[in-house]
Design a binder for this molecule. Sequence first.
Ligand code: SF4
Length: 384
Amino acid sequence: MSGVVINQLGIRPLPDEIHEALHTSIKQLFGRRRLVKSGDHVVIKPNLTWELEHETTARPVIFAVTKYFVDEGCHVVIGENVRASRETDKVIKALRIPELVKRLGVDFVDLGKDLVTVATPDSPVYKSIEISRVAMESDALINVPMMKTLPILTHVTTALKNMKGILPPRQKIQFHDMGLSEGIALISHVLRPKLTVMDATIPLDWSPEGTYFMRPMGLVLVSDDVLACDVVTASLMGFDPARIDHFQNAYRFGVGEIDLQKIRVSGGDIAKLKMQFAVPPSLEELLAELPNVQVVRAGVCSSCEVAAATALWTAREQLKCAGDVVLLLGRDAKPVSGKRNIVSGQCLNQYKDVGFWIPGCPPRSMGQALHDYTGRVEDVPVCL
Ligand code: SF4
């Protein structure tokens, strides 16, 4: 039976407290089974998507998890490939990961380089996926995500979604074009994490104004089943796990347990610890409200997609009065003739004179830019 241990450690636990909780949780989950043995190659995969520290797995959590496996005599690396619009080297430096790995005597590996192609015959959508060789050939991949909502795309960005960081940028972009929830589920089908440690000390919630805010919770979850961990996490956020597509797809692939009643939860009562996080609208709901807005997506990164969807949400009342408009997202999107086009992001700069251009990668202040567009719509040329 899959298990999830909820550790109530407070919002700023010390590495020693997390380390001790981890020891106890692993004993409880694995009993006499060995999670790893001395000499094993272990990859720690935190959530280090970009430079903002409060939007990434907390350092004490990364430190404590890594130290656990170092103490077990394993060869440990911390690995990540940051969001497609960012450079891994720069983000890692900004988050002071080089100092952390030095203190722990381990290495950092860019998981977006040195890849293997893995056939995925169980998927009706993808024939194969590209994945980090270091992760694929490790003895144990340890998933260390953080609890966050993700407006529009996947509702939550937690353990299954964190696995996207073991893929190269082009694979992530293909997921956005061909089916994100199927792709996310497929990663853990191809490479199942041996352990998941969810940082829910200070999760991120989403406000209807289109911004993230910190929602202190003080929890660290430990599980031997990545899907079960996500089910408990989503329940703690007040969501119905059955309504999250990539959970359903992961269950279909046999990744883990989706039925909360069949998961052994210890350390806390979900009903008492639960907080209601915001339920953001889906892109379909949003576009149904905006029949005058057409979105052309091709080769788009998740940062652009989330920024665009959030901006559409915040500027929706103004956009309703702005006439027909096309929003171009992603490096392969093409302007639509006979329409006004909003051209978003650096990768479409060859079309910047064709319509209303929003610079940046991902585009800067997109909500404000859409507001500006609605005030200047008459000046924006119609594409010929
Ligand atoms: S501007 Fe282009 S490359 Fe940059 S995040 Fe958006 S889609 Fe990706």
